[in-house]
Design a protein around this ligand. Structure first.
Ligand code: DCP
Ligand code: CA
Ligand code: CA
Length: 363
């Protein structure tokens, strides 16, 4: 039976959780932000509701920039990652009850292989998707966007297609039509850099991309990415949907806006990366016992510094540890200039008590 995949993405997740718990926020522009420290508005926007988005506010934007765009009555709240992670885990537990192969992809996304559950039938698949949305609405008061299609890439794109509160079903015979006129950046895995490179070759839509030969794509991107783009642009990149093995460590490295050794400037970028890694960690079933700072210098040396953290440490505690590690590192060498920075959570331990298996030993 050909595969049928369902992809679920919770709408403006962090901000929506705040709205649900505080209904008077509804209708006002709302941003949930990671505050990076020193000044009262240094940090970045993590999640913005759709009212705030109408003013041009986006996730990843500095709080200062968002404030300039937003009207007086807007609400700006600090992230409560531990809380969103708890809500996320409860939602994922609800999805597991459908008894299909399921993979949690992030704090607000999951993918399910519903082929068997719907007997390979797209009418049934649509009913299934409606049921999933109803359950999340009934149990959590949250809307989500769901996509259904013949593989994970298509299901994800279908979920993105009509946000918020969307449901898009792309049957196999409609795949080509669905993909043809979408901009290449809508294809998962195509970031700003790939988009620019493709534009230089007049490749703007996924239809354009699907007309390229494998050889041409290999010249531009190397074999691995070419293989993906070749199949995905034709709607036939297929993946088995299964649970991921538990992580051993979790990290995120980002490039600074410019080379610097200013603690505040580094922390601004590092806070955003840390919050992303932290939310991935929080939505897994693990606590970290160590936090690592990764610093890549302008001479392309990689330096790491590590500290112990409390199991279940809050994002604020994690950021304080990182700030300390960073300050100490910069004090050791006054010529040190940083180009990229990152964070690594390690020494992962299961959230619910001890396991008998000692596979999570640190190292
Ligand atoms: N997130 C973040 N920083 C970013 C992007 C996202 O902290 N730069 C967090 C906050 C989001 C969550 O991850 O609530 C999910 O990310 P999405 O990109 O799915 O964004 P939203 O759920 O907020 O919005 P959408 O309705 O577009 O799905
Ligand atoms: Ca998402
Ligand atoms: Ca989302």
């Amino acid at each position: 039976m050909p595969r049928i995949v369902l992809f679920l993405d919770l709408d403006y997740f962090f901000a929506q959780v705040e709205e649900v718990e505080n209904p008077e926020l509804r209708g006002k522009p709302l941003c949930v932000c990671v505050f990076s420290g020193r000044t009262s508005d240094s940090g970045v926007v993590s999640s913005a509701n759709y009212v705030a988005r109408r003013f041009g506010v986006k996730a990843g934007m500095p709080i200062k920039a968002a404030k300039k765009l937003l009207p007086e009555e807007s609400v700006i709240l600090p992230v409560r990652l531990e809380h969103y992670a708890t809500v996320s885990r409860q939602i994922m537990e609800n999805l597991k009850k459908f008894n299909t192969p399921l993979r949690v992809e992030s704090i607000d996304e999951a993918v399910m292989d519903i082929t068997q559950a719907v007997g390979g039938d797209y009418i049934e698949a649509e009913k299934f998707a409606k049921k999933v949305k109803e359950i999340i609405r009934a149990n959590f008061g949250l809307t989500c966007s769901v996509g259904v299609g013949p593989n994970r890439v298509l299901a994800k794109m279908a979920a993105d297609y009509s946000k918020p509160d969307g449901l898009t079903v792309v049957k196999p015979e409609k795949v080509e039509e669905f993909l043809r006129d979408l901009p290449v950046k809508n294809l998962p895995g195509i970031g700003a850099k790939t988009e620019r490179l493709l534009a230089e070759h007049q490749i703007k839509t996924i239809g354009d991309l699907s007309r390229q030969s494998l050889e041409k794509l290999e010249e531009l991107f190397g074999p691995k990415k070419a293989h993906y783009l070749y199949l995905a642009s034709r709607g036939i990149y297929d993946e088995v949907i299964e649970e991921r093995p538990p992580p051993k460590q979790l990290s995120k490295i980002v490039t600074l806006k410019r080379n610097t050794r200013e603690v505040e400037e580094v922390m601004e970028t590092l806070a955003a990366a840390t919050s992303e890694a932290y939310s991935r960690l929080a939505s897994s079933k693990f606590f970290a016992s160590k936090i690592g700072l990764i610093a890549i210098t302008t001479r392309l040396e990689t330096i790491t510094r590590q500290a112990d953290i409390r199991l279940g440490a809050t994002l604020d505690e994690v950021l304080r540890s990182l700030r300390l590690l960073l300050t100490k590192l910069l004090e050791t060498d006054e010529k040190l200039m940083l180009r990229r920075v990152g964070v690594r959570f390690s020494g992962l331990k299961p959230v619910s008590g001890q396991t008998s298996l000692n596979i999570f030993s640190e190292g």
